[in-house]
Every structure is written in C-alpha cells, then in structure tokens.
Design a binder for this molecule. Sequence first.
Ligand SMILES: NC(=O)C1=CN([C@@H]2O[C@H](COP(=O)(O)OP(=O)(O)OC[C@H]3O[C@@H](n4cnc5c(N)ncnc54)[C@H](OP(=O)(O)O)[C@@H]3O)[C@@H](O)[C@H]2O)C=CC1
Ligand SMILES: CC(=O)C(=O)O
Ligand SMILES: [Mg+2]
Length: 764
Amino acid sequence: MSKQSKRREALIYHAKPKPGKIEVIPTKKYTTQRDLSLAYSPGVAEPCLEIEKNKDNAYKYTAKGNLVAVISNGTAVLGLGNIGPEASKPVMEGKGLLFKIFADIDVFDIEVDTENIEEFIQTVKHIAPTFGGINLEDIKAPEAFEIEKRLKEELDIPVMHDDQHGTAIISAAALINALEIAEKKIDEVQIVISGAGAAAISCSRLYQSCGAKRENMVMLDSKGVIRKDRDNLTSQKAEFATDRKIDTLEEAMKGADVFIGLSMADIVKPHMLKMMASNPIVFAMANPNPEIEYQLAIDTRDDIIMATGRSDHPNQVNNVLGFPFIFRGALDVRATKINEAMKMAAVKALADLTKEPVPEQVNIAYGETRLTFGKDYIIPKPFDPRLIATVPPAVAKAAMESGVSKEPIEDWNKYEEELLQRLGADNKIVRLLHNRAKLNSKRVVFAEADQLDVLKAAQIAYDEGIAIPILLGRKETILELMEEIEFDADVEIIDPKSDEELERKNKYAEVYWKNRKRKGVTLYSSEKIMRERNYFAAMMVNEGDADALVTGFSRSYPTVVKPMLELIGLAPGATRIATTNVMMTKRGPMFLSDTSININPSANDLTRIAQMTAKVVRMFGMTPVMAMTSFSNFGSSKSQTATKVREAVEYLHKRHPSLLVDGELQTDFALNSEMLQDIFPFSKLAGKKVNTLIFPNLESANITYKLLKELNKADSIGPIMMGMRKPVHILQLDASVDEIVNMTAIAVIDAQQKEKIENERLKH
Ligand SMILES: NC(=O)C1=CN([C@@H]2O[C@H](COP(=O)(O)OP(=O)(O)OC[C@H]3O[C@@H](n4cnc5c(N)ncnc54)[C@H](OP(=O)(O)O)[C@@H]3O)[C@@H](O)[C@H]2O)C=CC1
Ligand SMILES: CC(=O)C(=O)O
Ligand SMILES: [Mg+2]
C-alpha cells in the first residue's frame, strides 16, 4: 500500500462510521419507567447519600473503581512534539481503546488546554473524584516531572505518567532479556540514551534500579551530549551528565553495548551502529518513526538485537504492554499509589513471561510458526492472552506487600479467572481466522470484483497477505475502481465476456458440456453459460485455476447457490450442504446452523448439519458444545418438529457419544447453564457453556441470526458454507467490506483444509 493510501486509510478509520474511537455505553437496564426511577431521580439519591456518609462507597455504587482518566495537554505527543490538546485527542482515545481491549478498563480521555504546571495540576486534582486512577500522557519534560510528583503526593488514587513509567517498565524487561541473550551484565554495559525527556530520564532511572551504572551511561538531548560542564541543565538532566569529553552521538556510540532511543526519527546512521560493540542492543523507540528503521538496522549488523516502538516488526517495546495491566492490578486492590515495588514486579513478570512457552494462539495471531525466547522475541506480544493473567496479579501482590492496597485480594485463583473473563473473544477469533489464512494464503477468485466493496475487500486481503486475489468482472470497471482506491498490485484480472478469455472459456464450456451432454445441455448452450460470471468462476475452481471462490455480493443467495451446487457438487461423504453463522455475542462467539439452505431438514439432515458445524467450530480453535433447539424441552411436546429434533439427538448420542450435544431444548435453557443444571441436571449440557445452536428449520435459524445481527448489532462471520466439494463461499446480499474479508479468510482456510485432506488421501 502506498504512503498516500495508508494515510487515507487512517483518516477514514478515524472518521467512519462515526468520528472517533470510543463511546459511552450504559451498564444498567433503562427500558422502563421503573428502571429510570432507579437510574435517576428519585432512586439515585440513595447511593448519593451513602457516598456522602463514606466516600469509599463511590467504589461500590459508581463506575469510579474501573474508570481511568487519560490526561494530556498535547505538549509531547508521540514523537510529533507539541501539537496541542485537540491534536492529541486521537492518541488519547487510542490509549482508551487499548485500556479497554487489553484490560477491560474504561477511560475518559481529557485534553487540557494549558502548558502551565500549576493550572494543569489543579485541573487534574479537581476532576480526580471521578476516577479510580490517573494516566498522564504525552506531557513534555521537564513539566511532566513536577506534575507527576505533585499529583502523586496530593491524590490518594494511583497516578502514573505512562511515558515515564510505562515505557521504563517495558524497556527494562526487554533490556534484561536482551542482555541475557547477548550474554552481557547490566552493571558492565555502556549505555547511550538519546533523548533526555520524560521517557528517557525515567527509563534511565529504572535501569539503574535494575543494576546499570550511572557512570556507564551517556545521555543526549537536542543539543548533544549532556556533559557535566554544560550550562543550564535541568536537575533531571544533571542527574545523568557525564564526565566524558564527548559532544556527539557518533562519539558516544563508539564501543557502546546498548542504544536507547527516546527522541526523534532517523538520527542514528548505519555507520554509528557499526561502531558499537559486539551483539549490540538497539531499542529505537521513537514513535511513529524510530531513531533508525528496523530493516536498515538489521541489514547493517547481523549480530544486532533490535527493537522499535512499532507493531509491524519483531520486538515491539512500547508502553502498550504496560499501562493496561499495571492499572488493572492497581485498581483491583484499590492501590493508593503505583510505587517502585509494583513497577519492579511488572518488570519481572514481563521478563519472565517471555521465557515461557508461547501458546499456539499467539503464534497464529502474529502469523509466526514458533515464537521462542531469542533475538526476535525479547518481550511478550501485546495480544498474548497470558498478559492479563500474569502482570496484574504481580502488580496487585506487590501493592499488597508494600502496604498501598486498600482492598487486598484473597482468592488468587478466583482473581485469575475473573481476569481471563475480561478478555472478549470477538477480536481474538477474527485475528485467529486471518492469521490462519495468512500462514498459507491461497488464490481466491472474487466473482464480483467490479463491485467497489468487493474490490476493497480483495485489496485488504491482498495487503494483509490473507489471499492472492483473482479479480473477475468487467475489466474496464475493475481497472477504474483499482485506480480510485489505489490498488496498484500486480493481480490477475479476468473478464469472462472478453475475447482475451475465449480460449479458456471454450475449454470450460467443453468440460461442462461433457459432464452434462446427456442432461439436455448442448455445446452451444455451454458456451453461453460460461459467459455468466458465477459459472466461469466455479469452473476456475473446478479446473484448479483458482483455489477458492467468493461470490454472492450482488445477487440473492438461492440464485448463486444453484449454479454452485450444479457445478461444484457435494464433498465426498456429504449428503447435503448447509451453512453456519458465527455471531459475536456478549457471551462469546455463537455458531448458528443452518442459516441459509435447508428449509425443513429431516432428523437425519439435522444430525449431518450438527456434525458439519462441529467441524467448523473446531476450525476456530474451540470445542463444540451444542444445543439442538426447539420450542420444547426434552419431550415436553410430542409435535412432529420437536420429535425430529429428539430423534436427531438420539442418533448423535448413540453414534457420536463424545460429542457434547443435547436437546431438544428451548434456547433460554440452552444458554443459561444454571437454569439447565437446576431443572434438567441429567442433560449432557448441564453446567456447560453452549457455543453452538442447531435450529429445527431454516426459518428459526435465519430469523434468529438476522434478529441478533440487527438488534444487538452483533458482528457476524458467514454464512460459512459446509459440505461443498470445493471451497466456495457465498456472501449475504450487500455484505460489508469487513464481512467479505472475513469470508475470504474462511475460503482460504477451507482451501487449506481440503488440500490437506486430498494430500492425505493421495498418500494412502
Ligand atoms: N516506545 C514507547 O513506548 C515510547 C516512546 N516514546 C517516544 O520517545 C520520544 C520522546 O517522548 P517523551 O520523552 O515523552 O518527550 P519529551 O518531549 O519529554 O522529550 C523529548 C526529548 O527528545 C530530545 N530530542 C529532541 N531531538 C533530539 C535529537 N536530535 N537528539 C537527541 N535528543 C533529542 C529532547 O531534547 P531537549 O530536552 O533538548 O528538548 C527531549 O529531551 C517520542 O518519540 C516518543 O514517541 C515515548 C514514550 C513511550
Ligand atoms: C507510546 C507512547 O506513549 C509514545 O510514543 O508517546
Ligand atoms: Mg505517550
């Protein structure tokens, strides 16, 4: 993607569908008059009076305990400098998003229009009663030091300047690990620190606490090396002033073991890296552009241990790994401070976690085959689900042991469970899907590539490495649209109606005719049919010219299914096709079948649908826990439809005893494990969390899926086609770009699996 399109993509991301990245959502019922009389007047007076009696009750009756203020005045926004409070808001909203997705902490971002230290402090102090914690962000040095110091002293809730301490904690953990790999001792290494601002000073102090020697450090600011004989140094800079008679970064780098960049983009040149000692450690952490580009650095020295603040290279040393988890631990024990002991506990937890075996889902999430502790993996990845169960408990324990916790944790196992519950599964599942596809991307033909949204999805799939797109449709339109969206990749474009494709079209027509000549098809009609895009695209997959097909964006489902069934046919052993939809609900992903094909399936059909769905659920890395649904519970109705569901369950219990399936069940019992346990304790699903619902007919499945989609605005993946001989996937009419990208990933994974089955078949 060009720089220009990246820029546009970022702007559209922030502007659409509504401006910004966060919103406020009520957590209590508000539908009836009664609800409102509790939420607001008169009911609301009761908690007010309780809090008046004892301020601590605010933690009991309001959102305070899980609410953090991300506050900035915009004076040191990333490496962009002093761009002002309004311009800092996207970053602060971004921090809010990260707090939420990684640690389930709610954030109000607050941008304050003052560069005056006292005014800033008073503003924060005046609004502090709202919050359980204060995260100061992107405030420049030296003001940041005074602001943080005073607020820590004067407030009784945890205050942390993220750029100072978040950065220090993460980079210290990474430094400890990098030194272990380089086989160097922290108290012996020569360290060059570029930058003498909030982040650099705080990092250097923490490295000292970890054993680094001040006399082995050289720090630089915008004017060069900070020497003892320089005039007008701030007290923080003076703390790190060196006796050495050097002035420039180049001189400082001679023989250095470690370079820490917390300054500006592109100030380190390759020749400077060459001057460093063996196995040099380089953390170029300026954002968004590091002090030296990752690729340039590793091309310059092959013994380098390299990290940046960015997510698109190995070793992202960025405070995102810190603030969500540090505040989570602090809030959970009602810590009054974030103290040295808590910071050190976080450093140790992060450094140690890196050396543990990495779960497969993290490898998949990052498209890696095997992440292991080493030069390219010196610090955990932000999407590692173990972080939330590791760092907050370490921080919470340290808070308790150092006497700053007001509400100690008693049951650590229960706490860990609660922490894991906080991680939503939706994004994880989409990430897993995309990364599984990326591991072995396939050629996907998009049969409606002359539709803007389909083309955009193909572009994303291409850019992300999910698929190798083949664009099918009116060539002229495709080329025009490609130019419009700056999709300038060298991809195959096929126009079945053009003369260029005549040879291929005739070949496909002949194959089609040969298979159907005794079913009333003539060669002439075959040639005509091959001008139709879905037939042509399906033949491409049949003949091995494409690995998978995505279509259906602009036509009704049945009109697209028909040619697919006719041309592609059923998978070996399948007796019918069906579809499942994955709905991202509050309780996690739910699989619903059959949402698109079988109008009134028989008992036998239902068993097949259940088995095929179970396979798909496993494809998403989950264990299927399936309810066969009805309006009846375990024989309470003798009607024909309830009976057929019961028969299907009987068959599955007999033939597939290990499958976690039961019914017939009403959906409330299916989804409420306690209710099920109470009333039907004999059920195989009692006490289990059901993640799959098989419906008795198409009406009930389709209505439920569409209802969830519209009422809850639940995201959905699918309908995922099951039982086809080849990977062919049909979109819902007018699917969104995201839905098409997800469907493309499904098509690629389907192709991978079918290839694997075929290879195994050939082996035997
Ligand atoms: N990866 C991560 O997690 C984090 C990265 N950062 C990055 O660190 C950088 C600094 O942030 P922060 O400390 O908050 O900002 P500050 O404004 O507090 O500090 C910036 C520092 O950079 C120095 N500087 C500017 N130009 C140069 C130069 N050419 N050579 C050496 N030093 C220079 C400034 O010098 P002077 O004192 O003379 O003005 C100042 O000391 C930013 O790029 C930011 O993105 C920050 C926090 C976290
Ligand atoms: C990461 C971060 O906080 C910064 O660059 O300022
Ligand atoms: Mg910052």
